[in-house]
Design a binder for this molecule. Structure first.
Ligand SMILES: [Cu+2]
Length: 173
């Protein structure tokens, strides 16, 4: 499976990080504090009291291809906390194993490799996207309309997120 990947070249997510937006982030932080929790377009990220300021949007999981039990999931995570957070992994009752991967150019081919952690500065977002960082889901039996995946952070925060199933033509990660 690992060696059948030839992924279209796309912008590396690290290049998407905007310059510091501390004042904007501070404004959002105050706004979220005032309303008592974050909301997102997918009903995700409203989280526990421990994680009201981590907002996940655009959470998607690729539907299984015929005969496959491995797939990938994508999302954007915005850190509205006043300090950096470090994402160290994810878990799901619907998957035997979840890994964080990234895609990089090796000998003019896009290859993926595991990531152990992703640091997200205050006010910044991490984008998990096809052709870049992604969640790799192993031993998935079936995916209905959505799949629950919990993001895990170094400080012990666990952020449950509902990923909507999307069917994307072809393989890839
Ligand atoms: Cu992968």
């Amino acid at each position: 499976m690992f060696n059948d990947l030839r992924i279209r070249k796309s912008a590396h997510p690290a290049s998407r990080l905007p310059a510091s937006r501390f004042l904007l982030a501070l404004g959002i932080f105050i706004a979220f504090t005032a309303c008592g929790g974050a909301t997102t377009d997918a009903g995700t990220g409203s989280g526990t009291a421990a994680a009201p300021l981590l907002v996940v949007s655009n959470a998607k999981v690729r539907g299984l291809l015929p005969g496959r039990n491995m797939t990938a999931a994508y999302f954007t995570l915005k850190n509205n906390r006043p300090a950096a957070v470090t994402l160290i992994g994810a878990k799901s009752a619907a998957a035997g194993k979840v890994e964080m991967h990234t895609v990089e150019m090796v000998a003019e081919q896009m290859r993926m490799r595991p990531l152990t952690e992703v640091l997200i500065e205050s006010g910044q977002s991490a984008t998990f996207i096809s052709g870049g960082h992604h969640l790799m889901l192993f031993d998935v039996a079936d995916i209905q309309a959505s799949m629950a995946i919990t993001l895990q952070f170094t400080d012990g925060t666990e952020l449950p997120v509902e990923f909507s199933k999307v069917d994307i033509a072809g393989g890839g990660h």
